[in-house]
Design a protein. Structure first.
Length: 522
C-alpha cells in the first residue's frame, strides 16, 4: 500500500475521498489481529520462543494538552521498562524514539536484568531514532520516514514472530501496523470510545458499579451549563461539579465549578451559563476559558458531581486482556494527586490500601470482562475515588484508560526485576521467592537545582550513595525519565522496599541525596 501519514488520512476522510484505501487499512489491521490471536498461545507461553517486540512509545494524545507537560518528548523513555523482556534469551527488542537515548541510560537498564548478561541482552536490542524533536506524535514521525520503517522491518531476525507495543493506540498506530505488517498488542482504535470519559460511565452502569451522578456525551457550553444546573437541582447540597473532556489525561482537560457563594435561586441554568466563564476553574493553569471551551467543543465530554469526603483516596486498578480473551488484574495503586485542585497525577503507592485493594480489584475484573465482551484487548486502567465511611469504604469509578498509564512502567519494572505476581484477593505482591514487595513511584521528581545534572551525573550520584537497586535484597531505587533531568530538572523514580514504610523512606532518602548533590557545584 502507499505510504501516507495520519494527517493524510484525515484529509481524505474530510474530502470524502480515499474511502476504499482507509477501508483497506482497517481490513488489513483486523487480519493482522486475527493472526496475532492464532500465534499468541504458542509464542507467548514459551519464554524460549523466538519473538520480536517493536516498542513505539509514542504519546499519541491531544498535542495541545500534551504541550503543557514539560519535557514530554522524554516520556518516550518510560517504556524502557520493557527492556526487562530481554531476560527471555530468544526475545529481540526494537526500540524507536524521537530523539536519541543516551547510551548510559540504556546500559543502566541492561545492568538491572536478572539472570542474563548485559552483553547477551545488548545483542538482541536495536535502538532506532527519528532525530526529530518537533511536538508531534512519534508514530507520525515514523510514518513520514519510509527508510526508517524499512530498518524496523529488516531488524526483525528471520523466523522471529514480531508484534508492536505502544503507549496507546490511535488511527496513526493502526496505519503503522499495516505499513510494517505487524499486529499491535493493544486496543483496536475502533473501540477507544469505551475508554473515553463518556464511554467509561456507560461501562460502569452496565457493570452495576457506583459512579458519581452526572451526564455524558455533552457537546458544548450550553450542555455543560444545563448539566451542572440539573445536578444541583437533584442534589441541593452539591458543593462542586467536575467538567471533563472525553480524552483528557493526567487531570489535564478537567475543570471545577463551585457553588460556594453562588446564588442558586431563580433560573439556575441561565445563571450558571452567565457566570460559567468566571466560576469555572480550569485545572491547567495555562489554558484560558475560551481555549478550554474550544477544546471541549471538539472533544466533547461529561459533567459529574465532585465527590466529597473527609477521608478521600484516589486508587486505581491496572489490568490486561490478552488476545485469548483472558482478563487479569495486574495491580492496584493509591494515586498521589497534585496541582492546585489535586487533579494531576504525580505519583502512587503500590499496592493500594489493604482495607480496599481486594474490593477495587474485583470491580476492576468485572469492568475488564465487560471490555473483553466488546472486543478490547491490551492494557486498561481504572481510576476510582474512595471515601472512608463508618462501615468501610465507598468506591466511585471515575474513568477507564485503554492504554498504558502512569503506573504501568513502575509495575513492569518491579515485575521484571523480581518476576513476581500480584494477588488480587489479598492485595499483596510477592516476588518469585515469596517475599512481599511495595513501592512508591513518581514521574515528578523535580527541583530547579537538578537542571544541568546529566545522565552520567545521576548514575554517579546513585552509585556513590548506594541508591541503586540491589538485586540480592530485591529493593532499592530505579530511575526513569532520566533524559529530561538536565534540561528540565525533572525525572522519575520507583522506590522498591520490603514494606510500605521502607519504600517511602527510600524515596525521602533519594530526595535528600539529590538535593545535597545538586548544591555541591552550585
Amino acid at each position: 500500500m502507499n505510504n501516507f501519514s495520519i494527517s493524510a488520512v484525515d484529509e481524505m476522510q474530510q474530502a470524502g475521498a480515499g474511502t476504499r484505501e482507509v477501508s483497506r487499512v482497517t481490513e488489513k489491521y483486523e487480519e493482522l489481529s486475527r493472526q496475532f490471536c492464532l500465534n499468541y498461545q504458542k509464542i507467548f507461553g514459551d519464554d524460549n520462543a523466538m519473538k520480536t517486540v517493536v516498542i513505539i512509545p509514542s504519546l499519541s494524545v491531544d498535542q495541545q494538552i500534551l504541550a503543557r507537560v514539560h519535557g514530554s518528548v522524554y516520556y518516550e523513555e518510560r517504556l524502557l521498562c520493557l527492556l526487562m523482556l530481554l531476560r527471555m534469551p530468544a526475545t529481540n527488542l526494537i526500540y524507536v524514539t524521537s530523539v536519541p537515548i543516551d547510551p548510559v541510560i540504556v546500559d543502566y537498564y541492561l545492568h538491572l536484568l536478572p539472570g542474563i548478561t548485559g552483553y547477551h541482552a545488548r545483542n538482541r536490542l536495536t535502538m532506532l531514532c527519528c532525530y526529530d524533536a518537533t511536538p508531534k506524535p512519534l508514530t507520525e514521525k515514523i510514518l513520514e520516514r519510509p527508510r526508517l520503517m524499512n530498518r524496523i522491518r529488516s531488524s526483525v531476525p528471520p523466523g522471529s514472530f514480531a508484534h508492536i507495543t505502544c503507549f496507546n493506540t490511535t488511527d496513526c498506530e493502526r496505519i503503522l501496523a499495516v505499513q510494517l505488517g505487524m499486529p499491535i498488542y493493544g486496543c483496536n482504535p475502533s473501540l477507544l470510545n469505551h475508554g473515553s470519559k463518556s464511554g467509561s460511565r456507560k461501562i460502569f452502569r452496565e457493570c452495576g458499579i457506583s459512579l458519581p451522578a452526572g451526564f455524558e456525551d455533552l457537546r458544548d457550553e450550553s450542555d455543560i451549563a444545563e448539566a451542572i444546573a440539573e445536578l444541583k437541582q437533584r442534589n441541593p447540597d452539591l458543593q462542586s461539579a467536575m467538567v471533563k473532556m472525553n480524552d483528557g489525561f493526567a487531570g489535564e482537560g478537567n475543570a471545577i465549578f463551585s457553588f460556594m457563594k453562588f446564588d442558586s435561586a431563580g433560573n439556575l441554568k441561565a445563571k450558571i451559563k452567565t457566570h460559567l466563564r468566571n466560576s469555572l476553574k480550569i485545572v491547567d493553569g495555562n489554558m484560558d476559558y475560551d481555549g478550554f471551551m474550544q477544546k471541549f467543543n471538539s472533544m466533547h465530554g461529561i459533567v459529574e458531581e465532585y465527590v466529597e469526603g473527609e477521608i478521600k483516596h484516589s486508587p486505581s486498578v491496572q489490568g490486561r486482556i490478552n488476545p485469548l480473551g483472558e482478563v487479569q488484574v495486574l495491580s492496584t495503586h493509591d494515586q498521589v494527586l497534585g496541582g492546585s485542585f489535586k487533579q494531576v497525577f504525580t505519583g502512587a503507592n503500590f499496592p493500594a490500601n489493604g482495607e480496599y485493594a481486594g474490593e477495587i480489584g474485583r470491580a476492576g475484573y468485572c469492568i475488564g470482562k465487560a471490555l473483553k465482551e466488546k472486543g478490547v484487548i491490551g492494557r486498561f486502567g481504572i481510576d476510582f475515588i474512595s471515601i472512608k465511611q463508618n462501615d468501610g469504604w465507598k468506591h466511585y469509578a471515575i474513568e477507564i484508560n485503554l492504554r498504558k498509564g502512569g503506573t504501568s512502567h513502575p509495575y513492569l519494572i518491579l515485575q521484571g526485576l523480581t518476576i513476581g505476581k500480584y494477588d488480587v484477593e489479598s492485595g499483596i505482591y510477592h516476588t518469585a521467592n515469596g517475599q512481599p514487595r511495595y513501592y512508591f513511584c513518581s514521574d515528578q521528581v523535580y527541583n530547579e537545582a537538578y537542571r544541568g545534572l546529566t545522565s552520567h551525573d545521576l548514575i554517579d550520584i546513585a552509585m556513590y550513595n548506594r541508591l541503586q537497586y540491589d538485586g540480592s535484597l530485591q529493593e532499592g531505587v530505579v530511575f526513569h525519565l532520566i533524559g529530561a533531568l538536565s534540561q528540565f530538572g525533572k525525572m522519575g523514580a520507583v522506590c522498591i522496599g520490603s514494606t510500605i514504610a521502607r519504600a517511602n523512606a527510600l524515596y525521602r532518602l533519594m530526595l535528600q541525596v539529590l538535593n545535597k548533590e545538586a548544591k555541591r557545584f552550585a
